[in-house]
Design a protein around this ligand. Structure first.
Ligand code: NAP
Length: 277
């Protein structure tokens, strides 16, 4: 019997995770399977106990369950508690333990791109589950200020309160008067298949972004990426974060696993082709 892993979310049709993890297992010669479990909100609790009983050793959690799942865990790692969201579960004898590897995935992706947040003014667009991981990374890396801009002001305010930032909604972008920001696009806007959607952000604000990091990885170039680029800012999309959060999840599931650089590269390239072909 293979060791079983999977991802829970809704909808899950476009998730890259099953392809990615199954390719790692293939190249590493591991007897492992990774499946997508599309779960309706009313079924989350039952499905988690069903998967636990079926001895699923590790799970990734994606939209919209990263916060709801906190209610059903036997242990929550310190960083995940501070972030208030979990994207990785590990089977233990007493239930599933929860971790957050989005923050680690993002930190590695920023490092790879030479983006340093220390002493920088940061603007996060969006205030959902992943925006909390972004805020955690920004604060941990010593940003100088944190602003959170979101459609629903109350959600921005919650993150701003938790991470010593300032909240805005789209009617108050004029008050974002700092000269330069590192901006993170952490909404669903522009994500496949709704690729022509764009945020209600004025061009004048884009001109203040020295760098723009879009957490979306499909499409490769969102409207946000194109607009930041047009104004001369450095850009990165969410692809490297996605790969690095997956590798960090595997480290939690299988601490002794070593993935050689050539296998990492092969899977990275195959995932690129799979997502953008
Ligand atoms: P979420 O918890 O559902 O939050 C969604 C956010 O998007 C909320 O702030 C929501 O605003 C905002 N939003 C949704 N539709 C909008 C619209 N039409 N106009 C303006 N704002 C809108 O989702 P999440 O987990 O934070 O994920 C957000 C994005 O990050 C997704 O695109 C996801 O694919 C990406 N992501 C990438 C990675 C990676 O590894 N690269 C990891 C995690 C997530 P309200 O508060 O007003 O509803």
């Amino acid at each position: 019997m293979p060791d079983k892993y999977g991802i829970i979310g809704y909808p899950l049709k476009h998730s890259l995770s099953p392809f990615m993890h199954n390719r790692y297992a293939y190249y590493l010669g591991e007897n492992e399977s990774y499946e997508a479990f599309e779960v309706l909100p009313s079924e989350l609790k039952n499905e988690l106990s069903r998967l636990y009983d079926a001895h699923i050793l590790g799970l990734n959690i994606t939209v919209p369950y990263k916060q709801d799942v906190l209610n059903y865990l036997c242990y929550i790692d310190g960083a995940a508690q501070m972030i208030g969201a979990v994207n990785t579960l590990k089977y233990t004898n007493t239930g599933y333990a929860g971790y957050n590897t989005d923050a680690e995935g993002l930190s590695i992706s920023l490092k790879e791109s030479g983006i340093n947040l220390k002493g920088k003014d940061v603007l996060i667009l969006g205030a959902g589950g992943v925006a909390r991981a972004v805020a955690y990374v920004c604060i941990s890396q010593g940003c100088s200020s944190l602003s959170v801009l979101n459609r629903t002001y109350e959600n921005a305010e919650k993150i701003a309160n938790d991470f010593s930032g300032k909240a805005y909604d789209y009617s108050s972008t004029d008050s974002l008067d700092r000269h330069e920001y590192i901006a993170f696009q952490a909404t669903n806007v522009g994500m496949y298949p709704n690729t022509d959607e764009h945020l209600p952000v004025p061009d004048s604000l884009y001109s203040k972004f020295s760098a723009g990091i879009d957490l979306i990885y499909n499409p490769k170039e969102t409207d946000f990426i194109k607009t930041v680029s047009k104004h001369g800012g450095k850009v990165i999309n969410g692809f490297s974060m996605l790969i690095n959060q997956a590798l960090a999840s595997r480290k939690i599931w299988k601490p002794d696993e070593i993935i050689p650089a050539d296998i990492r590269r092969k899977v990275f390239n195959e995932c690129t082709d799979y997502s953008w072909s």
